[in-house]
Design a protein around this ligand. Structure first.
Ligand code: NAP
Length: 359
C-alpha cells in the first residue's frame, strides 16, 4: 500500500487540530509537515498549541516535536516535503486563493477547507458520496495553472452536509424544486470553545457572516454538471436559508422543508435513505462510513450530543420525516461540523483523489 506524506496548513486551528487527531493513525497518510502563521512558526507543535488543544483525545505523541513552518513564507519547503496538503487557514479570501494557487503551482495538490476557491468553475467542490464525477474538471484546472501534478480541490461549507446528502437521492427521482432550511450551528464552526467565546454561554446569535449565501449557492454547485471544462451549477432548484449560532460545542443541525414535482411517499424516502451509498462505500475508502445516511425513528432524534459521533463523525443522522402543509416534506438533519463538515470530509476527499489517481 502506498503511503502519502501529508502537510497540514493551519495545523494549530480548530480544523487543523482535527486533521492532526484524525491522521495520527491513518492507514495511507502520514503527517510530514505542519504549518501555520508566523506567530506559531519556529515553535514545536506542542509549544505553538500551548493551551489551545481542543480535541477530546490527547495530542498524538508523533506530532508534538514537529517544528511548525510559516505557511506563506515557506511554500517551497511545504511542497517539497509533502505529496499533498490539507489547508484550513484563517486569512483574507484573496490571500488564501493566492496561497493555495502558489502551492498548486509548486506541484503540490491542495485539499482545502477554505471557501476562497469554491466559486472557481474549474475547482471541484466534492462531497465524495454525491459528486465524485466533478474530479473530472482537474485536468482543465491543471491546464490553467500550468501544472502536471498540482491542483486545488475543495470541500463544501460545513452547514450543507446536514441537508444536501439527504436531499441528493430524492432530487432526480422526485424532481426537487424548493428548499427552506434553518441551520443551528455549533461554536467550533467559528474555531471557538466556550472558554474562548463566553458570549455564547446561554445564548443564541442569529447571524453567521456569509453563511446563508454559501448554504443557498453551494448545493447547486454540488449538483452541477461538468461541461466544457467547467462545473455549471444546477439553477433549477431554489434554496432559502437562515443560519443561527447555538450554544453547542460540535454538530450542526438543520431543519429542512422541501417540495418536489412529484410528492414522495414517506416510507419510500426512509427506504431510499437507508439504502443510499456512494463511491467511497464501493471503494471501501478508509474513512468512509459503512452507512452514509442513518434514519432514526425515535421522535426526539437525532440529537447533537448523542448522534454527532455516529460512524466516527462521518455519517449523516436524519429524523422526524413527515408531511408538511406548505411543502411536501420536512425533516431534521445532523452532521459533525469539524469531522464530516471539515477535516473528515477533506480526508475522505483526499482518499478518493488518491484512489482515482489524481494524487
Ligand atoms: P481557527 O481555529 O481560527 O484556525 C486558523 C488557523 O489559520 C490557525 O492555524 C492559524 O495559525 C492559521 N493562520 C491564521 N493566519 C494565518 C496566516 N496569515 N498565515 C498562515 N496561517 C494563518 O480556524 P478554523 O475554525 O480551524 O477554520 C479554518 C478554515 O477552515 C477557515 O477558512 C474556516 O472557514 C474553514 N472551516 C472551518 C470549519 C469549522 O467547523 N471550524 C468547517 C469548515 C471549514 P496560528 O495559530 O499560528 O494563528
Amino acid at each position: 500500500m502506498t503511503r502519502y506524506k501529508v502537510g497540514i496548513v493551519g495545523a494549530t486551528g480548530m480544523v487543523g487540530q482535527r486533521f492532526v487527531s484524525m491522521l495520527a493513525s491513518h492507514p495511507w497518510f502520514e503527517i510530514s509537515v505542519l504549518a501555520a502563521s508566523s506567530r506559531s512558526a519556529g515553535k514545536t507543535y506542542e509549544e505553538a498549541i500551548a493551551e489551545r488543544w481542543s480535541m477530546p483525545t490527547p495530542m498524538p505523541g508523533s506530532v508534538k516535536n514537529i517544528t511548525v513552518l510559516d505557511a506563506t513564507a515557506e511554500i517551497a519547503r511545504i511542497a517539497d516535503s509533502s505529496d499533498f496538503v490539507f489547508s484550513a487557514v484563517d486569512m483574507k479570501k484573496e490571500e488564501i486563493r493566492a496561497f493555495e494557487e502558489h502551492l498548486a503551482k509548486a506541484e503540490c495538490p491542495v485539499v482545502s477547507n477554505n471557501s476562497a476557491c469554491r466559486s472557481l468553475p474549474d475547482v471541484p467542490m466534492i462531497i465524495p458520496e454525491i459528486n465524485p464525477e466533478h474530479m473530472g474538471v482537474i485536468p482543465f484546472q491543471r491546464k490553467r495553472l500550468g501544472t502536471s501534478r498540482g491542483f486545488i480541490a475543495v470541500k463544501s461549507n460545513c452547514s450543507i452536509q446536514s441537508y444536501v446528502p439527504a436531499l441528493h437521492p430524492l432530487k432526480d427521482k422526485f424532481g426537487l424544486k424548493n428548499v427552506l432550511v434553518c441551520t443551528y450551528q455549533a461554536i467550533s464552526g467559528a474555531g471557538k470553545t466556550f472558554e474562548t467565546w463566553q458570549e455564547m454561554v446561554d445564548n443564541i446569535i442569529p447571524h453567521i457572516g456569509g453563511e446563508e449565501k454559501k448554504s443557498e449557492a453551494e448545493p447547486l454547485t454540488i449538483w452541477g454538471k461538468l461541461l466544457d471544462g467547467e462545473i455549471i451549477s444546477d439553477n433549477s432548484i431554489t434554496i432559502t436559508s437562515q443560519c443561527v449560532r447555538v450554544p453547542v460545542i460540535d454538530g450542526h443541525m438543520a431543519a429542512i422543508f422541501a417540495s418536489f414535482t412529484k410528492k414522495p411517499d414517506i416510507a419510500e424516502v426512509k427506504n431510499i435513505w437507508r439504502n443510499y451509498s456512494g463511491l467511497p462505500q464501493e471503494l471501501s475508502l478508509p474513512s468512509a462510513p459503512k452507512q452514509f445516511l442513518h434514519y432514526f425513528d425515535e421522535e426526539n432524534r437525532p440529537q447533537t450530543r448523542l448522534d454527532r459521533e455516529l460512524e466516527n463523525g462521518m455519517a449523516i443522522s436524519l429524523g422526524r420525516l413527515r408531511e408538511d402543509s406548505l411543502f411536501d416534506l420536512k425533516f431534521i438533519g445532523l452532521s459533525h461540523n469539524t469531522i464530516r463538515g471539515a477535516a473528515g470530509g477533506a480526508i475522505l476527499t483526499a482518499e478518493l483523489l488518491c484512489a482515482k489517481g489524481y494524487i
